[in-house]
Design a protein around this ligand. Structure first.
Ligand SMILES: Cc1cc2nc3c(=O)[nH]c(=O)nc-3n(C[C@H](O)[C@H](O)[C@H](O)COP(=O)(O)OP(=O)(O)OC[C@H]3O[C@@H](n4cnc5c(N)ncnc54)[C@H](O)[C@@H]3O)c2cc1C
Length: 391
């Protein structure tokens, strides 16, 4: 097989890249380890920045997003027994977030690619990117029991944090920056209408809690738990009881509960691999960087990376210019590090740290009070949360 861009991974990064390239007349083949059904049901991110929404709508894959997405003009910080609203409409006029599940974005992109005759090969195995230092890279893989070979001009490694592309880069070529947090998130998807119109980020002495949603009938909740927490230790009753203690802290506010559809534990970490390119291999999305989900940025950053890569490849195919490709890594990393900082800041602000002697807790409280009472501080949070137009 031969294509222009060989894409490993049919997550948001790989699928959006394939879609954007197609709009520029550039061919691609997407190789995905899991089945279509699996990737279309994988519940993960749900907060889309304004820029991500603009990209999806502007490239013709936003019809359902516009119909079903929930546009939010603020979030709530809850601490000290009071709600504090961060009002986007006043602090960052014209910009908002949209709640629309990552699995819905994935469904829309797969449908658009297949309708346009795009090639996505699901359930491939033993994917090996090869000759990545040369101008003729190759991807070998197994599909339908046959070993296949895909020749391409460039490879896009969109295969997430545990994929094979980053691992294919020789030792010493990448510098890795990482931070592990001493806690994880217990994420629960429940069949119950949201208990509030906007997301609630709750800071309490017992740990962080987040009230979020995926649709008018589906709520998403997160609880800070120990890093190596066993999900089996969290039967539904224990989960709801702990969530109530952490989030029902405002007089008169009540949490609705309902049937739990899914429960997972996700360790929190920050990770960046630099540079995001080696020879003919370009890394994008979680394959190059991870942020803790407190800032709701991972999916949005993946969308940004592939937008930059598309522009660079389009220029190269149009007139052979390599300037944008050469700048790809540096352009992306500027935003990556802004987002790394914001995600680390939100995480540090809102979670409890076991080894804190009280000093850290008082700093958190002071910063929370500052954000709640100063428009300057709140505007900084707001513009990072809805997504900076330019970094
Ligand atoms: C619990 C949780 C909550 C989150 N909340 C948010 C949020 O609110 N907002 C936000 O913006 N982000 C959030 N994120 C992060 C977001 O989900 C990721 O950043 C996003 O999925 C990155 O997209 P991606 O395409 O780069 O990687 P992925 O979605 O990981 O996709 C990679 C794809 O590559 C495939 N693959 C892997 N290895 C191979 C291989 N060897 N061969 C072929 N295919 C392979 C995988 O099966 C997968 O389909 C959250 C993440 C988690 C875990």
């Amino acid at each position: 097989m031969r294509t222009q861009v060989g894409i490993v991974g049919a997550g948001p990064a790989g699928l959006l890249l394939s879609h954007l390239l197609h709009l520029h007349g550039i061919g691609s083949v997407v190789l995905e380890a899991h089945s279509r059904d699996y990737v279309e049901k994988r519940v993960r991110a749900g907060v889309l920045e304004q820029g991500t929404v603009n990209t999806l709508v502007g490239t013709g894959v936003g019809d359902r997003l516009l119909r079903e997405g929930l546009v939010h003009h603020g979030i709530e910080l809850r601490f000290g027994g009071r709600p504090h609203r961060i009002a986007f409409e006043r602090l960052v006029p014209g910009r908002a977030i949209t709640i629309y599940g990552q699995q819905e974005v994935v469904k829309d992109l797969i449908a658009a690619r297949l309708a346009a005759g795009g090639q996505i090969l699901f359930e491939v195995s033993d994917v090996v990117p090869d000759d990545i230092a040369t101008a003729c890279p190759v991807i070998s893989f197994t599909h339908d029991g046959h070993r296949r070979r895909l020749d391409c001009d460039v490879i896009a490694g969109c295969d997430g944090s545990h994929g094979v592309c980053r691992a294919a880069i020789p030792d010493g070529a990448l510098t890795v920056f990482a931070r592990e947090y001493p806690f994880a998130w217990l994420g629960v998807l429940a069949e119950v209408p949201p208990s509030a119109d906007e997301l609630i980020y709750a800071h309490s002495d017992r740990g962080f809690a987040l009230h979020s949603m995926r649709s008018p009938s589906l709520s998403r909740f997160y609880l800070q738990v120990d890093r190596d927490e066993d999900v089996a230790k969290w039967p539904d009753e224990r989960f709801w009881a702990e969530l109530r203690v952490r989030i029902e802290t405002v007089p008169g506010w009540r949490l609705r509960d309902g049937p739990v559809l899914e429960k997972i534990v996700t360790p929190m970490r920050s990770f960046v691999a630099e540079p995001m390119r080696y020879g003919s291999l370009y890394l994008a999305g979680d394959a190059a960087h991870i942020v803790p989900p407190t800032g709701a940025k991972g999916l949005n950053l993946a969308a940004f990376d592939v937008g930059v890569l598309t522009e660079a490849l389009a220029a190269w195919y149009a007139d052979g210019s390599t300037g944008l490709l050469d700048e790809y890594s540096a352009t992306c990393l500027r935003r990556v590090w802004r987002v790394q900082h914001f995600s680390w800041w939100m995480t540090t602000l809102l979670h409890t740290f076991g080894d804190d002697d009280g000093y850290g807790r008082r700093l958190q409280r002071s910063q929370l009070e500052y954000v709640a009472s100063s428009d300057a501080a709140a505007a900084s949070l707001a513009e990072n949360y809805v997504g900076l137009a330019r970094v």
